[in-house]
Design a binder for this molecule. Structure first.
Ligand code: ADP
Length: 160
């Protein structure tokens, strides 16, 4: 069985993330979406548990997508959950530069057992990021092009 880990901050999950999850769920038997607690990132808009709940609701009817929260290194989570690969989404050259180093480190740490698969979002999501969505939202602009309706609803509730 091919199980892959899709780790990230997902604060909040965007249509770009969702596009990567859809592609991965078509390619692999199971996609484990891991909301990682990153101590280097300032406190986010949503708590880790809220992010997990939002993503779980989006995929409640998709059999091969599971959601977990975890702390620590993605490669350790991948090993613990017996994932053969880590999925990452590539948007730009700066994503590439970062990911090329990370995949090398992860391969070394796991003695070659955890590889990295990079996928590309469809072009309409190429420039979508959680931080961009939060910024546009804070300016009072419509974000329905970038996030699912339920995510937008949760953001509006959070702002109140
Ligand atoms: P991280 O803090 O690990 O970058 P993110 O939640 O920002 O967490 O992103 C998780 C993964 O999804 C990363 O591999 C990131 O490059 C990818 N990703 C985010 N947005 C997009 C997008 N619009 N298109 C493709 N990949 C994306």
């Amino acid at each position: 069985m091919s199980r892959v880990l899709y780790p990230g901050s997902f604060d909040p999950i965007t249509k770009g993330h969702m596009n990567i999850i859809e592609q991965a769920s078509d390619l692999f038997d199971e996609v484990l979406v891991a909301v990682l607690c990153n101590p280097n990132k300032m406190q986010g808009m949503f708590s880790i548990d809220e992010r997990v709940a939002i993503i779980e609701k989006l995929y409640e009817n998709i059999q091969n997508v599971r959601v977990i929260s975890a702390s620590g290194a993605a490669v350790d989570v991948a090993i613990a959950y017996e994932c053969g690969a880590i999925v990452r989404g590539l948007r730009s050259l700066s994503d590439y530069d970062y990911e090329v180093g990370m995949q090398q480190i992860n391969k070394e740490i796991s003695n070659g057992s955890v590889n990295t698969v990079c996928l590309f979002a469809d072009k309409e999501y190429q420039f979508v990021s959680s931080s961009m969505v939060k910024e546009v939202f804070s300016l009072g602009k419509d974000i329905s092009r970038y996030v699912a309706p339920d995510v937008r609803k949760q953001m509006i509730l959070k702002r109140r």
